[in-house]
Design a protein around this ligand. Structure first.
Ligand SMILES: Cc1cc2nc3c(=O)[nH]c(=O)nc-3n(C[C@H](O)[C@H](O)[C@H](O)COP(=O)(O)O)c2cc1C
Ligand SMILES: [Fe+2]
Ligand SMILES: [Fe+2]
Length: 395
């Protein structure tokens, strides 16, 4: 029995042959995926030749093969284009190359090196493509655009000139598994998911992402077809969002990642939140032991301020706050101001260690409130003062 699988023509001669992973709960053993994800793959059929852009995650090779079969014989594929060497978009290369025995695998120079180190591929069939190189499929021209460090060193884009479709792999991606193919079918929430994705994956490479966007300005792009999430056939919205996320623009918002074992830090965080919100600045408390890290990355994309709330545990911040602060530093957010509220039983120590941790980040430390035990009125007054400093700087 042949199981019908969804294949969709997303542009003239371009077929979505991607797969949806409803079950995946984590990416990189780090990022939670509450809505699963997709590994998009695209088949482009010209009059003479056929190309497949990106393959799929381990475990989905057969699904990809079956989907390709619904359009063409996989043996007849001429090109397997690898925009990115990571296994969620390239692991299917070995399988597809074994079916398509004459197909050339196209990648950047770095891509070739990485693909050969990761996969069992016939080296003589991997061809390096450079910036501006084109392949002619017969009435359909594919151009390769260098787009390094989005988010690995070897990444590139593939641009279908006639229909102005940009295959951007991880860039412009979002972790969503949905029966919808296009953003306009999905409805509103996609920008939030794309923002979370940007925060997790692209924000550490903000200057590179910015450069890629600037480069794209010389291309007319009617459709953006990334390899995770939905496809944008009206790409202005997602482009504008990325322009803003790669700038140093921030929202009037203070993110407050915190943890509290016995409630003292929590009390300070509540007072801080209320006092900032009362002054008309967004305050977003984020309880780190129970909330999902993907939204944390999304919030970091445009928070003007970040205040960590932590008790002192074994002479330093709570280990979960160390983890969050370390991660935040690596994600390279455009945060302008930092702060700390802390409670300790006898000697403290969390503020010193956190100050060292945030050193080297873009923002400045505006202040810290250290309290012995549970906060008294005068301690809470200091918390309100700290909130006032944030409001003054941010508004
Ligand atoms: C496991 C553990 C380790 C702690 N280590 C320290 C410490 O090294 N120095 C200190 O001053 N207080 C230490 N404390 C005391 C807490 O910092 C103190 O109870 C604080 O008020 C707790 O804040 P919270 O109510 O927000 O959890 C420790 C408490 C616990 C439970
Ligand atoms: Fe990737
Ligand atoms: Fe990916």
């Amino acid at each position: 029995m042949t199981i019908p699988r969804e294949v969709r023509e997303i542009s003239s001669g371009v077929y979505w042959v991607g797969v949806r992973d409803w079950e995946r709960k984590f990416f990189d053993k780090l990022v939670p995926l509450p809505e699963g994800t997709t590994y998009n793959s695209y088949l482009i059929q010209g009059e003479d030749k056929t190309a497949l852009v990106d393959t799929v995650n381990p475990g989905f090779e057969k699904d990809l093969e079956e989907k390709v079969k619904q359009v063409t014989d996989p043996e007849s594929l001429d090109y397997l284009i690898m925009n990115h060497a990571e296994p969620d978009h390239a692991n299917g290369l070995s399988h597809m190359a074994s079916l398509a025995k004459d197909a050339e695998i196209l990648a950047t120079e770095k891509g070739k090196e990485m693909a050969l180190s990761l996969y069992d591929l016939p080296e003589d069939r991997v061809r390096i493509v450079e910036e501006g190189d084109i392949i002619d499929l017969g009435g359909k021209t594919l151009e390769f655009i260098d787009a390094p460090w989005l988010h690995w060193p070897e990444t590139m884009f593939t641009y279908f000139q006639e229909e102005r479709v940009l295959f951007s792999c991880d860039f412009f991606g979002a972790h969503i598994a949905t029966p919808k193919i296009f953003a306009d079918e999905f409805g509103e929430g996609y920008i939030e998911r794309a923002k979370d994705y940007f925060g997790e994956i692209m924000m550490p490479f903000r200057p590179r992402a910015k450069r890629a966007l600037e480069k794209l300005e010389s291309y007319e792009v009617s459709t953006i077809a990334p390899s995770h999430g939905v496809i944008y056939r009206n790409p202005e919205g997602i482009l504008a969002a990325h322009r803003s996320w790669t700038s140093s623009e921030v929202a009037e918002k203070v993110l407050i990642p915190y943890i509290s074992m016995w409630g003292s830090t929590a009390e300070m965080v509540h007072v801080l939140t209320e006092s900032i919100a009362a002054a008309g600045v967004d305050a977003v408390p984020f309880e780190v032991s129970s909330q999902s890290l993907d939204t944390l990355a999304g919030e970091l994309v445009d928070s003007a301020g970040v205040v960590f709330g932590t008790p002192t545990v074994l002479a330093g911040p709570h280990p979960q706050i160390i983890y969050i602060a370390t991660l935040a530093k690596k994600l390279n957010p455009p945060t302008k101001y930092f702060g700390v509220v802390e409670s300790h039983g006898w000697a403290g120590g969390a503020v010193r260690e956190l100050s060292e941790l945030v050193e080297g980040m873009t923002g400045e430390l505006l202040g810290a409130v250290e309290v012995k035990g549970s906060p008294e009125d005068d301690d809470l007054e200091r918390v309100v003062e700290l909130g006032g400093k944030f409001v003054e700087e941010i508004k």
